[in-house]
Design a protein. Structure first.
Length: 106
C-alpha cells in the first residue's frame, strides 16, 4: 500500500487520498435527480488493498460488522456498505502513511 500511495505529502487531506484510491462515490446527478455513482477511476491496486482490509474486517472485526449493519439499516446493499467501510478505513490508513507507520501496524 505504501508503494501505491507514493509520497502522501502530496495529498491535502484524507479525502484527497480517498479520491486517489477510488473509494469515494462521485456525483451523477441530472436535473432534479440527485444521486451518486461508483467511482471506477483512481488507483485500482490501492483500491484493492483497501477492499481486502475492509472485507477482512467485515468478517472478523466486530465494530466493522456493526458499522455494516448500520449502513444496511439505512437501506444500503452489502456492496454499498462495504464501499462505505472502505472509505472509512482510508482515513486511518492515510494518517498511518503520513506518520510513516503503516508497515508496523498489525
Amino acid at each position: 500500500m505504501t508503494a501505491e500511495a507514493g509520497d502522501v505529502e502530496r495529498f491535502r487531506s484524507p479525502a484527497a487520498f480517498a479520491m486517489l484510491a477510488g473509494v469515494v462515490s462521485i456525483p451523477a446527478s441530472s436535473g432534479e435527480v440527485q444521486r451518486m455513482r461508483l467511482n471506477r477511476g483512481g488507483n485500482r491496486r490501492l483500491n484493492r488493498g483497501l477492499y481486502t482490509i475492509a472485507l477482512s474486517q467485515a468478517w472478523h472485526h466486530e465494530p466493522a460488522r456493526a458499522y455494516i449493519a448500520r449502513r444496511q439499516a439505512e437501506a444500503k446493499t452489502w456492496a454499498e456498505a462495504l464501499r462505505c467501510l472502505k472509505h472509512r478505513i482510508s482515513r486511518p490508513v492515510f494518517r498511518l502513511l503520513q506518520a510513516g507507520q503503516f508497515g508496523s501496524v498489525r
